[in-house]
Design a protein around this ligand. Structure first.
Ligand code: CA
Length: 494
């Protein structure tokens, strides 16, 4: 009798503890759900489309696009009768963490719709599985995160048929409930965990660490299915103000650390005022409108930027070739297209042990922010065009030739030739109206375009206009020109 009472008490206690743990999970994370994806840095690029297609379910008429996100490439398909805009779907997907794009790719094989919006799914808001993530028009980013769980679980099950048994064992080991569907609906539990993991990842590393502590077995298994591994938040190692990487045989490339911060991007002067102040032809007024409206931009993370333009010897050390028109080892490499620069950066990332730094072209916002170096004037050295020759090689002092890098005065952050010498390719597509819709944090340019941005003016240009911090230039990414060169950015890994 006594034993029985004790057993009941113990059981009640276990149930109470478990209920408490479940409440704790909800209390811990629920407020984050509403914020989901608000700070996401995931960025899709539309590489082709729309194409008219018959969709997989019922052969209904749809439009299809191909999107990329880093290494992932996938389809987006929208049933025409829904009237849902591509941008709406893209923005929802961009709320998800980058690794979740693995599921987008997994549903984009031949004959599949990729991430698809259907007018109706027989009363369900979404279906996710091997080969499909189907959504109704109002299904939001949280719904997609849940369906990613279903898809990746089924992908994992193909490679390892015991994966759901392992998940059940993980539920038992964790002694904590997540899913409102109940612990025995294993695949729903995976999907709910996938959603919670995404929410925590978006909210910050401290939340991911808490999730890992509360549900360690599921956490490990989900990361295995996702193919990523969360690193515990560590104290940020002190970053050097300047770093140098070795390219080969003692040849180095130097970088300056650019702090995180805010600035006003674009011109503070009207096009008419610039034309008047710099004595430009009237025709420039129309062109200069692309620097408006001036708007506040936050650069949320520190990054590195090349102290100098990439020189010919540096380019040659990585690419083995050099097509520059004005030759010289310490001269900036030129006659490189935007596409050539991507190949250079790819090799740089592959070859250089960079301790947490990922090389790229700077975004247009990073470039202007670094060029301004906290100044808000026409040039980084003030408004006076008469001083341009002290800081820049331009049409009136260069002899219409490039010059060895680093001979003129640097800007306040120690960047040489940021005005003049060679025009510098930036990562972004160019859109003259982009500033009207630029996001406030870390803008990365339009999703698509025909030309890429160039900044800073070149040795060939006579008019001081081209050397203003806010001046925007652009050209086709495949075009090689002796006025165009490259300066490399180094972004810190998250
Ligand atoms: Ca330059």
């Amino acid at each position: 009798m006594k034993t029985k009472i004790l057993a009941v008490v113990v059981l009640a206690l276990v149930v109470a503890v478990e209920a408490k743990a479940k409440d704790q999970m909800k209390a811990q994370f629920r407020p984050l759900y509403e914020e989901f994806g608000r700070n996401s840095t995931t960025k899709l690029e539309i590489v082709s489309g729309p194409e008219d297609v018959k969709m997989r379910n019922g052969a209904v008429a749809g439009k299809r696009w191909i999107a990329t996100c880093g290494k992932y490439r996938f389809k987006l398909t929208i049933e025409e009768s829904t009237g849902v805009k591509l941008d709406t779907l893209v923005k929802r997907i961009e709320r998800l963490p980058g690794p979740y794009m693995k599921a987008c790719t997994a549903v984009s094989d031949e004959g599949e719709d990729g991430i698809a919006i259907y007018a109706s799914l027989g009363g369900a808001r979404a279906h996710g599985g091997k080969g499909y993530i189907n959504l109704v028009p109002h299904a939001d980013a949280l719904v997609i995160a849940h369906e990613v769980g279903h898809t990746l679980e089924q992908v994992a099950r193909q490679a390892d048929p015991t994966i759901l048994d392992q998940w059940l064992a993980a539920i038992m080991a964790d002694k904590i409930s997540i899913s409102d569907y109940g612990d025995h609906a294993h695949s729903e539990d995976v999907a709910e965990f996938a959603q919670l993991y995404a929410v925590c990842l978006g909210a910050g590393s401290e939340y991911v660490a808490t999730l890992k502590k509360l549900s360690p077995a599921r956490f490990t298994l989900w990361e295995k299915m996702l193919g990523v591994f969360f690193r515990e938040a560590r104290a940020e190692p002190p970053r050097e103000k300047e770093i140098a990487i070795e390219l080969s045989g003692g040849l180095k490339m130097e970088f300056v650390r650019i702090p995180a911060g805010e600035f006003m991007m674009g011109s503070h002067e009207s096009p008419e005022a610039v034309v008047k102040a710099l004595g430009l032809p009237e025709i420039f007024v129309e062109y200069l409108k692309n620097e408006h409206p001036q708007h506040r931009v936050r650069i949320t993370k520190p990054f590195y930027l090349g102290k100098y333009e990439v020189t010919q010897e540096q380019w040659k050390a990585i690419m083995d070739t050099d097509a520059s028109f004005h030759k010289g080892a310490k001269y900036p490499v030129e006659s490189v297209s935007w596409n050539d620069c991507q190949a250079f950066i790819k090799k740089l990332n592959e070859r250089i042990d960079k301790s947490g730094v990922e090389f790229s072209l700077p975004t247009e916002a990073q470039w202007e922010y670094a060029c301004r170096a906290k100044t808000s004037t026409r040039f980084s050295f003030g408004d006076d065009k008469a001083l341009l020759g002290e800081y820049a090689w331009y049409g009136r002092n260069s002899g219409k030739k490039t010059q060895p890098v680093g001979q003129k005065k640097p800007n306040a952050w120690g960047l040489y030739d940021i005005h003049g010498n060679v025009h510098e390719w930036c990562a972004d597509w160019h859109d003259s109206g982009y500033y009207k819709q630029s996001p406030p944090s870390d803008p990365a340019g339009p999703r698509q375009g025909v030309a890429r941005v160039l900044r800073g003016g070149s040795f060939y240009d006579d008019l001081p206009d081209y050397f203003r911090c806010s001046d925007r230039y652009h050209d086709h990414p495949g075009f090689r020109y002796y006025r165009y060169g490259i300066r490399v950015a180094g972004n810190l890994a998250p």
